[in-house]
Design a protein around this ligand. Sequence first.
Ligand code: IPE
Ligand code: IPE
Ligand code: MG
Ligand code: MG
Ligand code: MG
Length: 327
Amino acid sequence: MMNTITTYQALIEEALKGKSYGSNPKELYAPIEYIMSLGGKRMRPVLVLLACDLFDGDIKKALHPSLAIELFHNFTLVHDDLMDKAPLRRNQHTVHEKWNSNIAILSGDAMMVRAYQELCLAETTLLPQLLEIFSDTAVKVCEGQQFDMNYEALPKVSIPQYVKMIELKTAVLLGGALKIGAVIGGAREEDARRLYDFGKHIGIAFQLQDDILDVYADAQKFGKQKGGDIIANKKTYLLLKAMEMAENNRYMKEELQQWIAAPEFDPKDKVEAVTNIYNFLNVKELARNEMKKHFDLAISCLKEIPVNEEKKKGLMVFAESLMVREV
Ligand code: IPE
Ligand code: IPE
Ligand code: MG
Ligand code: MG
Ligand code: MG
């Protein structure tokens, strides 16, 4: 089954290699070539193809929409890195670092338009439906990203608010990718919805793992700046749980508050100090439990879809691989 996933990844990689986004002015297009060629796991386009195949659809018909999703995803990364002031992505300089902020904004915009053009290459009869799913998903990602930014500055964010935020910024795109694949595969509406919910829950688990990796990843493999979330006061599950648990420990509470409120600090010191608090309170374990909860919810959504269990293996393996991912 891993086989299917790697075959699909190769198919997507091949199709992306053959694409050109434009050439003049080069400041607009070079960053697109750059970010698209840096690799990445290509998870979301794989999901489009897996979903199409689940309903015995012709995956050739899902290829353009899968590339549209990957283009859109990469666009969100370019803007996300600018918003998060991230220096590294996929082990290389981020677009705004390598060029500048205006270039990151504009080449990102162009990528989003190219994504729509790619989607429009889908079968005409399906287009209204696909455009609706795609656009709805895209605007939800914006909502999630805005909540993410708002929460940086808020002293208190609840766990349900956090889960809703990551559902919007991250999980709906996995759900949307699956739903697009399902529609192309000819799924009944209720099954497309079940698959969307499967994607929503694996997406929530995926972002929880992303938050864990931001603190605990192997720096060699990670490819992003470690501790970026701590530096930016991102209201991750780890931080929210730590704040909650520190309520019963005055010393810990004060130290955490101090780091969050510090107007100036050495990033290394802050990351180390906050990581020590996380370790002491064992919040990583709690985040893993929350991940497991959403993994189980995802699997129960997948179970409800009335297709042969054998056919679900690809998505099952995919979901399991997310639980142990290191990058
Ligand atoms: C990163 O997504 C952005 C998040 C939603 C956490 P990925 O981890 O899928 O990034 P690539 O495409 O594989 O680099
Ligand atoms: C990413 O969340 C969400 C989107 C890109 C929409 P993060 O900000 O945690 O993603 P990384 O860690 O930079 O990849
Ligand atoms: Mg980021
Ligand atoms: Mg972000
Ligand atoms: Mg992250």
